[in-house]
Write a protein that binds this ligand. Structure first.
Ligand SMILES: NC(=O)C1=CN([C@@H]2O[C@H](COP(=O)(O)OP(=O)(O)OC[C@H]3O[C@@H](n4cnc5c(N)ncnc54)[C@H](OP(=O)(O)O)[C@@H]3O)[C@@H](O)[C@H]2O)C=CC1
Ligand SMILES: CCCCCCCCCCCCCCCC(=O)[C@@H](N)CO
Length: 325
């Protein structure tokens, strides 16, 4: 018996692991790719604040030609000035509301063919569904989800005709609330989960054009938008979201930029996010056979870890509701 156990661990286990690795190396699709940004046109929505502004700053400092889009022209001008001061480079600014398809189309056409489109604009007003206004629910779906449809549809014709024909990228900023539902985020989570369906389907449609889709999943991030959110966030939302800690906008932007340059489909931003992405890998495309290997090996145990998180969250909800009664 002991001999068999030794044989299993010393011979069979390495053999099976190696076979799995080789198998995955052959089958993972799409193939790995690198998306350069130097001297290329990077178009970032929501680029006047928070994560989008940090992205614009970093892309500009890496030598990209950057365009940013948002509604408020004053804040766009401030962003342009601060990027010029910190990087010495000029960014083009476009004022438009992503909910207005014609306005988006006009801005995108004026900006010229895009190599890397970053859909980062987003609004988040957490509240329990029962008390949240229908208008606010639609607002989140319209800006976060429908707005992203508008952008991609407007940008695709130009992207297909991009000057250098090199690998292009469409990067979408989701949220960890787009990987797991969290109390107070019914509308917001729905808008962010929707982006995943959009991204998974879109990747199959644009792979033939050498365009690569990335979905970025940040945890709570210190931004002007987050400061606003905190003024009215349900306490339970904050308690559950704290399971994943918080990051600075610069750190998230760095992860997002590295993720899209590596052509990764799923881009986690922190330690917890890495495990959350493994636990929710589902049927998403995976370019790296090593990551695919980790996903396969970790699947069972991560389901147990995920259930422990749910146990903890429902415990918190129970406690909180008990205290309120
Ligand atoms: N901060 C966080 O905790 C987290 C944020 N995220 C996501 O990251 C993204 C950026 O968030 P963050 O940096 O915090 O946000 P901010 O609120 O700081 O900035 C939002 C940006 O989006 C623009 N924007 C908002 N609405 C529209 C619109 N209708 N049309 C065009 N532009 C618009 C804003 O400009 P203007 O108002 O002038 O239009 C601004 O430039 C969002 O998608 C968010 O969901 C994900 C996880 C965590
Ligand atoms: C199996 C392993 C599990 C690992 C841990 C899971 C932790 C999940 C926490 C989810 C937090 C959601 C924060 C959303 C932030 C956001 O989008 C708002 N600030 C609005 O912008």
């Amino acid at each position: 018996m002991a001999d068999l156990t030794i044989a299993f661990f010393s011979l069979l286990l390495p053999f099976f692991s190696l076979s799995l690795l080789v198998f995955l190396a052959f089958i993972v699709r799409p193939r790995p790719v690198k998306v350069p940004i130097k001297n290329r046109h990077v178009f970032i929505t929501g680029g006047s604040s928070g994560i989008g502004l940090a992205l614009a700053q970093q892309a500009a400092s890496e030598g990209a030609k950057v365009s940013i889009l948002a509604r408020n022209i004053g804040r766009l001008e401030d962003a342009k000035e601060s990027i010029r001061l910190s990087t010495g480079r000029d960014v083009a600014i476009f004022s438009a509301d992503v909910r207005d398809y014609e306005a988006v189309k006009k801005a995108v056409e004026e900006a010229g063919p895009i190599d890397v489109l970053v859909c980062n604009q987003g609004v988040f007003v957490p509240q329990e569904l029962e008390t949240q206004d229908i208008e606010e629910i639609k607002f989140m779906i319209d800006v976060n989800l429908t707005g992203t449809f508008h952008l991609i549809k407007a940008a695709l014709p130009g992207m297909k005709n991009r000057a250098d024909r090199g690998p292009g990228s469409i990067a979408i900023i989701s949220s960890q609330a787009g990987q797991v539902g969290i109390y107070g985020y019914t509308a917001y989570s729905a808008s962010k989960f929707g982006l995943r369906g959009l991204a998974e389907s879109l990747q199959q449609e644009v792979i033939g054009e050498n365009i690569h889709v990335s979905l970025i999943f940040p945890p709570d991030t210190e931004t002007p938008g987050f400061a606003e959110e905190n003024k009215r966030r349900p306490q339970l939302t904050s308690i559950l979201a704290a399971s994943s800690g918080s990051m600075k906008a610069d750190e998230v932007a760095k992860k997002a930029l590295n993720g899209l340059k590596s052509g990764n489909f799923i881009v986690p931003c922190n330690f917890e996010g890495f495990f959350l992405s493994l636990a929710t890998s589902g049927l998403s495309p995976q370019r790296s056979f090593l990551m695919a290997f980790i996903e396969v090996i970790a699947a069972g145990i991560l389901r147990v870890v995920g259930l422990c998180f749910q146990w903890n969250w429902y415990g918190n909800i129970d406690k909180f509701l008990g205290e309120r009664k």
